[in-house]
Design a protein around this ligand. Sequence first.
Ligand code: 5AD
Ligand code: SF4
Length: 473
Amino acid sequence: MTFVPSDGQRKRVFIRTYGCQMNVYDSDRMADVLRPLGYALSNSPAEADLVVLNTCHIREHASEKVYSELGRLRDEKLERRAAGRDLTIAVAGCVAQAEGEEILRRQPAVDIVVGPQAYHRLPQLLAEAERKAAIRRAGKRLPGAGVLDTDFPAESKFDHLPSPQGVRAGSAFLSIQEGCDKFCTFCVVPYTRGAEYSRPVAAVLAEARQLVEAGAIEITLLGQNVNAYHGEAAPSSIGGSTWSLASLIRALAEIDGVARIRYPTSHPRDMDEELIAVHGDVPQLMPYLHLPVQSGSDRILEAMNRRHGRDLFLRLVERLRECRPDLALSTDFIVGFPGESDADFDHTMRLVGEVGFASAFSFKYSRRPGTPGSAMPDQVPENVKAARLAALQTLLGQQARDFNLSKVGATAPVLFAEAGRKPGQIVGKTPWLQSVYADGDPRLIGHIVDVRLTEGHANSLAGEIASLCEAAA
Ligand code: 5AD
Ligand code: SF4
């Protein structure tokens, strides 16, 4: 049984998304699943009948934030109950997957815990939660009132999720791959998202066409490790039985209307020659690559089980830049992995100096229960981690500013995404994924427009609209 409210009592759902773009995509899919049940999206928990926290477990700080938010939601629920109403609380995403029952124990106000592989079963879970709430309202006590679904089903959730509706200002996410088999020793992803799974080519291409019909001109391919993609080939295709990411990008570029293709979060080990070549000869593939290196020390890379050393990374960078000289390189670093010495950290700083990154994310190592890293000896003290992170971020910040400044004076096509903070201002992205602020008509949002770049800052550029590449209505 699913409970579908009549038109007179439309329900509202507020979804808060933590963490990566994969979660942003999943939140859209949850909204798609809930819409036929009569749930409209709400902008605030205060107005919602159902609050979903789509959580991130990657670092300790990220999961602790979830518990503080749950505390606030419990207070809201108690207030409402006192007034004869209710609030349904659901925890989704990687904390749900990793902690399961523990969430219900730590915060009994939670009604539903649902892992990332089970979103298509949300209607049944809501019905079950409603049934239990009705028993509670009737005054009968229920041991373990929350509902839990963190199974990894044999069939793919993608077969069950409705078609996406998530095109925002010409830009859309398309999930092509999930899970990871790499087992880096610091990382929870292989445990929370499970084994690697690639969606079949035909399903990806069909979704891409739908997105273009719905107005997308930029498609960002998502996955925990997108360049590990090896989807079952399209029925009509000749050649191998699976397609690599390179073949998929070439096919996507053939779809009329796809002006920009991006893929974040790739692994150096899966960066093959074929994919490097695509960076050189598919103009729709934007000149930006997020290639996490984590450390510049071979010793630490080995302890992290990264399956690549600094030399392989540097060789990849060289080959990529041969194919696409203007490539903006982005990366991730972890400082203070167990056993990291001053000399190891020095190797990281030197690698940064050698490569020159356009942007980067850097984190203090966070001990995640159940991962091999958490049990390693020689954990690095917090103050050492903090000092290393500060030094690294200073250097990376300088490089990001230099990269932005290097574009000043150029004219670049910018895909405008939203209104800026100042009146009359709109914000968009260059091909190199830099944010650009310009004065412009809001009708340009969702369009690619030539912009003369006039100022470079640490995190953004300012520009003046030069001409319309792709006419706005
Ligand atoms: N501690 C710190 N950072 C981590 N990351 C993943 N796991 C951890 C951890 N335990 C970082 C990595 C990864 C990014 C998404 O998050 O740099 O590339
Ligand atoms: Fe985590 Fe490593 Fe897989 Fe990336 S490649 S998701 S860091 S295990």
